[in-house]
Design a protein around this ligand. Structure first.
Ligand code: NAP
Length: 252
């Protein structure tokens, strides 16, 4: 068994930078035809050129069912299917105690981080994977397994995404495997407020493996789950956090 995806097609939401782009690159290098989406067309175009290997893209909001329809239809039209769906796009518009969260930002967090992975999975299932099988990978977070003074709203959605993963795994088996990855702190734009200005050094020292995550740490695990190496794995939650959660049971 090797880490190859020859003949497979993969659709990755939020694939224009950070973890999503690294997953797209690793899948493309492993032989998959890769399709990425994100909100900004220029970022998608630029990322697709860097990913290479015939990577295609469509700009759209992951939280929009219409944009999901367009992306999935275009991917199937160009590549013939969606063997691997990576629900990676997420948002975190609110930082503060959950008890004070305003409803518009709560709703946006819920829409993009939880409702979207459900309807992307439903659409891909109904249009392709129900007949052809496949893999779904949800990018959750160690925050979904812990508590945090300022990330509560985001963490609730990531926790529910973990449960959704477990719920869908038996529902979509045996043809489709559904797993989640929970990264700790990874040096991307999304998490910049948590690692910039030296803050990351403190977190890195607290992690038993003494460093923050790199996007390729997450991409390697996603490739393992997507390829035949993961063929007996479904409904599982893979924590990649340098040992932070088991050592301290907290994020950052
Ligand atoms: N970095 C971390 O420490 C960390 C830790 C745990 C979990 N995660 C999870 O990892 C995933 C990727 O995060 P990242 O750190 O790689 O973030 P990132 O570097 O900020 O990249 C986010 C990507 O998602 C796209 N995006 C954002 N909102 C979107 C929307 N509503 N619709 C479509 N695309 C959208 C962005 O492009 P556009 O701006 O063009 O839309 C970009 O391509 C997320 O699910 C996040 O929750 C990250």
């Amino acid at each position: 068994m090797d880490l190859r995806l020859d003949g497979k097609t993969a659709l990755i939401t939020g694939g224009s930078r950070g973890i999503g782009k690294a997953i797209a690159s690793s899948f493309a290098e492993a032989g998959a035809k890769v399709f990425i989406t994100s909100r900004k067309a220029d970022a998608c175009e630029h990322a697709a050129a860097e990913i290479g290997h015939g990577c295609e893209w469509l700009a759209g909001n992951a939280g929009s069912p219409d944009d999901a329809d367009r992306a999935i239809d275009t991917c199937i039209d160009r590549f013939g299917g969606v063997d691997i769906l990576v629900n990676n796009a997420a948002t975190n518009p609110y930082a503060g105690p959950l008890i004070d969260a305003d409803l518009p930002r709560w709703q946006k967090t819920l829409d993009v981080n939880l409702t979207a992975p459900l309807f992307w999975t439903q659409k891909v299932w109904n249009r392709y994977q129900k007949e052809n099988g496949g893999v779904v990978i949800n990018i959750s977070s160690v925050g979904g397994l812990s508590t945090n003074p300022i990330l509560g709203a985001y963490d609730v959605t990531k926790s529910a995404l973990i449960h959704m993963t477990k719920q869908l795994a038996p529902e979509l088996a045996p043809g489709v495997r559904v797993n989640a990855i929970c990264p700790g702190l990874v040096k991307t734009d999304f998490a910049k407020a948590l690692w910039e200005d030296g803050k990351g050094d403190q977190v890195a020292q607290a992690y038993p493996l003494n460093r923050l995550g790199e996007v390729d740490d997450i991409a390697g695990a996603a490739l393992y789950l997507a390829a035949d190496t993961g063929s007996w794995i479904t409904g599982q939650i893979l924590v990649l956090d340098g040992g932070g959660l088991v050592a301290f049971n907290k994020v950052g």
